[in-house]
Design a protein around this ligand. Structure first.
Ligand SMILES: Nc1ncnc2c1ncn2[C@@H]1O[C@H](COP(=O)(O)OP(=O)(O)OP(=O)(O)O)[C@@H](O)[C@H]1O
Ligand SMILES: [Mg+2]
Length: 317
């Protein structure tokens, strides 16, 4: 039987994207008709899972007129939803591509204020949905007003139900959440440095530092993503480097979320740890082949996965 997958996005956004020819200060910039998409870490993970043919339940906080529109946008995708209504207004982010230089400018808003009662309501809503073996993906930034230990509280709920938490966030919420315990962490190098309390990490000390963190904290599996250099998959007694294939690159937006989705998909389909990381790298790299904020396609992901399986990782990293 396939385990249940829940994604949790506490600070989702309506992602607005548009184009303009030439960005200059103090002038009216005439943009093309914008595209509106429901976005946020867990939302993107659910979208990729759907492309891979895997059901998930998408839990998120929403409020105000933008919250209503967010729900409508997500309704179109057909993904199962568990919206939690809040008083604040769902944020809108903006990405503008300047066609004259092919550069994208991304403006991220902080998100609405979330009260203590709303945090408690979220946890109470999540609790009965968790069962033994459920994969819970908590991904993205916290909203203003949320306590820094919010993901730690999520981790405790998951542990109590024997659910498997996959935590993908950054800064203090990651640090505190990871200490509370996660089944899988997917830090990039900067996030791993924060977890390990060091300013910089080289490839030579990455594995001992990650293993030390796992020895001191309840975390079973770590996949450290390295952008174009792929990823390291690390457990207490095993590590492997997975190369990212060289591809024609369009935009790295969504690479991390696509990677997490690929790994959850593989785990839910009982793949080995090595194959899970390989499929994650395949999905992450596939996301870099699509333009703008588009996530990976299943065709690219499967082709890259086959390539990665046939080309063992470099030994000297
Ligand atoms: N330039 C690239 N070329 C090939 N693959 C890439 C590139 N950038 C990212 N990837 C793929 O995506 C995966 C995740 O990327 P990255 O390490 O940048 O994650 P991240 O920092 O969490 O990204 P995000 O900003 O999306 O959260 C990598 O392990 C790799 O497989
Ligand atoms: Mg990331």
């Amino acid at each position: 039987m396939k385990p249940k997958i829940i994604t949790l996005t506490v600070n989702p956004a309506i992602d607005k994207s548009t184009t303009v020819r030439g960005i200059k200060p103090n002038s009216k910039l005439r943009c093309e008709t914008p595209i509106f998409e429901a976005g946020g870490g867990g939302i993107n993970v659910s979208k990729v899972l759907q492309k891979l043919g895997q059901d998930s339940i998408c839990m998120y906080l929403e409020g105000g007129h933008t919250g209503a529109y967010f729900k409508k946008l997500l309704n179109k995708s057909g993904i199962s939803q568990e919206p939690i209504s809040i008083q604040g207004v769902t944020r809108e982010n903006l990405a503008v591509t300047d066609l004259s230089c092919h550069q994208q400018f991304r403006f991220g808003m902080p998100g609405p204020e979330v009260t203590t009662e709303e945090c408690n309501k979220t946890l109470q809503h999540l609790d009965p949905l968790l069962t033994e073996g459920t994969f819970l993906v908590a991904s993205g930034s916290l909203s203003p007003g949320m306590p820094l230990d919010f993901y730690a509280r999520v981790a405790k709920l998951a542990q109590a139900k024997k659910a498997k938490l996959i935590l993908d966030t950054s800064g203090e919420p990651l640090f505190i959440g990871a200490q509370a315990g996660a089944f899988l962490l997917k830090p990039n190098l900067g996030e791993l440095s924060r977890l390990c309390g060091v300013t910089e990490i080289s490839f030579t000390d990455l594995i001992p530092l990650a293993q030390k963190f796992m020895a001191n904290n309840p975390c079973e599996l770590m996949v450290v993503s390295l952008g174009p250099q792929g990823a390291f998959v690390i457990t207490q007694d095993y590590h492997e480097h997975i190369n990212a294939p060289v591809v024609y690159q369009n935009s790295t937006i969504g690479a991390g979320d696509s990677m997490v989705a690929g790994m959850v998909f593989a785990l839910a389909n009982h793949k080995s740890i090595s194959d899970t990381a390989k499929f994650g790298v395949a999905c992450g790299t596939a996301a870099t082949m699509t333009p703008g904020s588009q996530l990976c396609t299943i065709e690219d992901a499967n082709k890259l996965y086959e390539y990665i399986q046939q080309h063992p990782a470099t030994k000297n990293l």
